[in-house]
Design a protein around this ligand. Structure first.
Ligand code: 9D3
Length: 242
């Protein structure tokens, strides 16, 4: 799968993928990641990619033509790739979107970095995506976050771990607590059941910890979670009314 990041700050993107697990996936030819310098598609002696807003106001607006020329080239170079505009106004990225995007042959990320982008850029992309309700300085980190989440789902990138643990995420519950040695640290003991060797009891305890934790921290997740009769009975016992 190919990932292209169209940006005014290509250097910002490159370093992250070199050292990481994703860097190994690149070396093994499982994915290709390229940061593409938007200025390479700008025109004129000054290679401008932004301009003052029509109607007045502070700040600069990212021009449409360089993005249009870049996307003409990138769509030709990456047939079938899905083009995503990174914007706080986009649809919120989540694990379900990661799974859907992982089925594409390639993704092209358009990153803005100015106070705004020319509205007509929206007509050039397939989808607008945000990573959540937080204000950042540009779309580069969101693009890299999405590449990270999507790439780890691809066969071979993490061994089988990525898709497997994605499936367990699909049960919709938070994880159970984990421990390793020592059995006691500053007076904090590892729960007895985990030392018992009773695999049935351990599985039950872990499931109940997941339910308790999800109820306490992310109760809205329980509505979509896959729960059986035992789960429901336990939750009712914890004081959830239904
Ligand atoms: C002055 C402009 N802001 C008015 C409130 C809007 C704004 C535009 C662009 C704020 C931040 C940005 C830069 N952020 C992104 O390009 C971005 C982003 C984000 O900030 N949060 C979550 N997801 C994303 S995806 C791209």
């Amino acid at each position: 799968m190919t990932f292209d990041i169209l940006t005014l700050f290509p250097d910002l993107c490159r370093s992250y993928f070199e050292g990481s697990i994703l860097g190994k996936a690149v070396d093994r030819g499982l994915i290709e990641v390229r940061a593409r310098f938007l200025r390479d598609w700008a025109e004129g002696r000054h290679l401008v990619t932004d301009d003052a807003p029509y109607g007045g106001g502070d700040g600069m607006v990212m021009k449409v033509e360089p993005v249009a020329r870049a996307l003409d080239d990138l769509r030709a170079e990456r047939p079938g790739a899905r083009v995503l505009l990174m914007t706080p106004q986009g649809r919120r990225f989540d694990q379900a979107m990661a799974r859907r995007l992982a089925r594409e042959p390639g993704l092209v990320f358009v990153c803005g970095r100015y106070e705004g982008i020319d509205e007509r850029i929206r007509s050039l992309v397939d989808e607008e995506v945000s990573i959540g309700d937080v204000v950042l300085t540009g779309g580069e980190l969101p693009a890299m976050l999405i590449i990270d989440a999507v790439a780890r789902l691809l066969p071979g990138v993490l061994g089988s771990a990525g898709s497997l643990d994605d499936e367990s995420f699909a049960d919709g519950l938070l994880e159970y607590p984990q421990y390793t040695r020592p059995a006691e640290f500053r007076g904090m003991k590892v729960p007895e059941v985990l030392l018992s060797g009773d695999h049935g009891a351990i599985a039950r305890w872990r499931r109940r910890q997941q339910l308790r934790r999800t109820l306490e921290r992310r109760p809205e997740l329980l509505d979509a979670a896959e729960l059986d009769e035992d789960d429901r009975a336990w939750l009712t016992g914890l004081g959830r009314k239904d």
